[in-house]
Design a protein around this ligand. Structure first.
Ligand code: FMN
Ligand code: 173
Length: 381
């Protein structure tokens, strides 16, 4: 239970000593001023003409709620349960690769923030720091490992096994990125963090990967990553084999079609992340929130459904939870916080989202996450 009566959640931000961007637009603007065009464009942009990036936001803007009052909202319970473990907030850190682009401490800083805030951390395959180093710096954080399949499948199994050994509690297999989306901003800026070596953290110390290289030069590592990271052969048999080889719950990330959600359940998958990769993969895809209701319907409570892509304020999280998501994952906002102030910046961004969510739950007249499902939502057509 969280008391909403302690101190005003908004006014604590009106403090001239430490102003920090309060919303996504301000945050993005501050980062645009600080970072170079290449890395900033990489993080900010969507694929193609950015229709999906816009769809993500538009989907949230289509919904309005009709609040209820006089319900005593002095105490609210924002906790959720995933795979038998209770978490104090309905947020997760979405897997974001190559965090050294934003800050030298990269994933280490984010994982420490996750530990501090008790928000589960999903580490990317293509992170700048190794998963073992993340585990060491954030030992008590709930950590999941996001797996990108590898052309050499043994590398994928090796990373999944390392994650399990290091105390990660779930594997998130991303299915929407068998190759990179058509990212025009990166071509414009002639920028590829993969080619610059930002993605090597988990590869440099992987015994299967390193054994496959001709030598241990920088070029060999980069070429090795490029040869393995794109994996268009990925198919349901791979999913079943991963499931057989791992003792951890397996989630699929990037599901948008209800039929794929159904197949996921038929194949023994333990959770789904509804996502369009923040509009970075196939452009012209529906907003992720628009995909949610049909997926929630077919899943029908059998496994957790998490949503990401475009959750930029507490009220967005509320809408996704009201539409049946069990949790929401945050991508770009925390990366921007990291770019501005490292671990502290990540904590400020996530705390802002959480504070706005608490205010929103209370003002909507609910007192728990599950209770949000009874909220009246109206969708513009
Ligand atoms: C810079 C960047 C790198 C990303 N890297 C990965 C990744 O390595 N693995 C993955 O599954 N998703 C990756 N994503 C997608 C995020 O997990 C998430 O789906 C997306 O950022 C959510 O949208 P949002 O940024 O609008 O919150 C990345 C996103 C960004 C912005
Ligand atoms: O940039 C991304 O969104 C991403 O997920 C990715 C995928 C492969 C290699 C590097 C990053």
């Amino acid at each position: 239970m969280t008391k909403t009566t302690h101190s005003d959640l908004l006014l604590k931000n009106i403090n001239a000593q430490a102003p920090f961007p309060i919303c996504f637009a301000d945050l993005e603007k501050a980062v645009a001023e600080k970072m170079e065009a290449g890395p900033f464009g990489y993080i900010r942009s969507g694929a193609g003409g950015e229709q999906t990036l816009r769809n993500n936001r538009a989907a949230f803007e289509k919904y309005s709620i009709t609040p209820r009052f006089l319900q005593d909202v002095s105490s609210i319970d924002t906790s959720i349960e995933l795979f038998g473990k209770v978490h104090p907030t309905p947020f997760l850190f979405a897997p974001v690769g190559m965090n050294k682009m934003a800050h030298d401490e990269g994933e280490l800083a984010v994982a420490r923030a996750a530990d501090q805030l008790k928000i589960p951390y999903i580490q990317s395959t293509v992170s700048s720091y190794a998963l073992e180093d993340v585990a060491q710096t954030a030992p008590t954080a709930t950590k999941w490992f996001q797996l990108y399949w590898s052309t050499n499948e043994e590398i994928a199994y090796s990373m999944a096994a390392r994650a399990e050994a290091a105390g990660f509690e779930a594997i998130v297999l991303t299915v929407d990125t068998v190759m990179l989306g058509w990212r025009e901003e990166d071509v414009r800026n002639q920028f590829s963090p993969l080619k610059l070596g930002y993605a090597r953290g988990n590869y440099m110390n992987d015994p299967v990967f390193t054994a496959s290289l001709p030598d241990d030069s920088f070029e060999s590592y980069v070429q090795g990553v490029l040869q393995n990271i794109f994996h268009p052969t990925l198919n349901w048999e791979n999913v079943r084999e991963l499931k057989r080889r791992s003792n951890l719950p397996i989630l699929l990330k990037g599901i948008l079609h209800p039929e794929d959600a159904k197949l996921a359940i038929e194949n023994g998958i333990d959770g789904i992340i509804v996502s369009n990769h923040g509009g970075r993969q196939l452009d012209g895809v529906i907003g992720s929130l628009d995909a949610l209701p049909n997926i929630v319907k077919v899943v029908n409570g059998q496994i957790p459904v998490i949503l990401d892509s475009g959750v930029y304020r507490g009220m967005d999280a509320l809408k996704a939870l009201a539409l049946g998501a069990d949790a929401v994952a945050i991508g770009r906002p925390f990366v921007y916080g990291l770019a501005l102030e490292g671990q502290q910046g990540v904590e400020k961004v996530m705390t802002n989202l959480y504070d706005e969510l608490k205010v929103s739950i209370a003002l909507a007249g609910a007192t728990s996450i599950k209770g949000l499902r009874d909220i009246t939502l109206l969708k513009d057509v």
